[in-house]
Design a protein around this ligand. Structure first.
Ligand SMILES: Nc1ncnc2c1ncn2[C@@H]1O[C@H](COP(=O)(O)OP(=O)(O)O)[C@@H](O)[C@H]1O
Ligand SMILES: [Mg+2]
Length: 229
């Protein structure tokens, strides 16, 4: 049972895209993968009730063997941090129950990837940051960084906070969010590898909109996935 927590340098860094791709690639290796988005904010009502967009994508990448409620047990409609959404919707998050749920699912899988909301210091309640919850879970971190200008500072700050808290880091994965790499793209990964003191697992190439699972799996197969196992 391997438990990985996917955090980002911020929201929109590529966590869901990278988690889907890694999940699809590990499934293609014959592993049973659980991909969870345990707390999702900004959910909307669809024909099946409250729907978690990230959770739906992650569930499909793993082959739909978990129920939507197992993938995303906590959905808020308010598009803010989990702590603020819980207050806005008067629904406190039971972090002990959530940790137990994640461990129960992880016991049924070879590898479990848990996508966080935003980055490492996003609050989950008025006493708990995401980093505290990662420590409680005993998960290794995967840091997803947008491969764009500004990422070196954001990524090194995230790695520095992980090191300060002695959180183990399995590695950093960059995601090429724009089709044309900027002049910074060639140097981002090497600067992070040099100063970050964490394994650099590679850059997920830019994918077309609505990528198929085979495309996601092929792109992630070029990353150093062995570091996650
Ligand atoms: N490698 C990539 N190729 C193409 N688009 C990407 C890539 N990585 C991220 N994106 C796009 O960037 C946006 C944010 O990515 P997402 O994975 O949803 O980030 P997060 O989960 O961290 O909020 C999405 O529109 C997504 O499709
Ligand atoms: Mg996401």
């Amino acid at each position: 049972m391997k438990l990985l927590f996917v955090t980002g340098t911020d929201t929109g860094a590529g966590k869901t895209t990278v988690t889907r791709a890694v999940t699809a690639a590990l499934c293609a290796r014959g592993l049973r993968v659980a991909a969870l988005k345990p707390i999702e904010t900004g959910c909307s009502f669809g024909p099946m009730g409250l729907e978690a967009a990230d959770g739906t994508l992650l569930r499909a990448a793993a082959g739909n063997w978990l129920s939507p409620g197992e993938v995303t047990p906590i959905c808020f409609t308010t598009p803010v941090s989990p702590a603020a959404a819980a207050v806005a919707e008067s629904r406190p998050i039971d972090l002990a129950a959530l940790a137990e749920h994640i461990h129960t699912v992880a016991a049924r899988a070879d590898v479990t990837l848990v996508e966080g909301a935003g980055g490492l210091l996003v609050p989950l309640d008025d006493r708990t940051l995401t980093a505290d919850f990662v420590a409680r879970l005993g998960a290794r971190l995967v840091v997803v960084a947008r491969d764009a200008l500004g990422t070196i500072n954001h990524t090194l700050l995230t790695l520095s906070e992980a090191a300060r808290r002695a959180l183990p880091v399995a590695g950093v994965i960059m995601s090429r969010v724009s089709p044309q790499p900027g002049p910074d793209a060639a140097s981002n990964a090497s600067a992070i590898a040099r100063f970050g003191r964490a394994p650099m697992l590679g850059t997920l190439e830019h994918l077309p909109a609505g990528p198929r699972l085979a495309q996601l799996a092929a792109a992630a197969a070029k990353l150093d996935l062995d570091a996650l196992l």
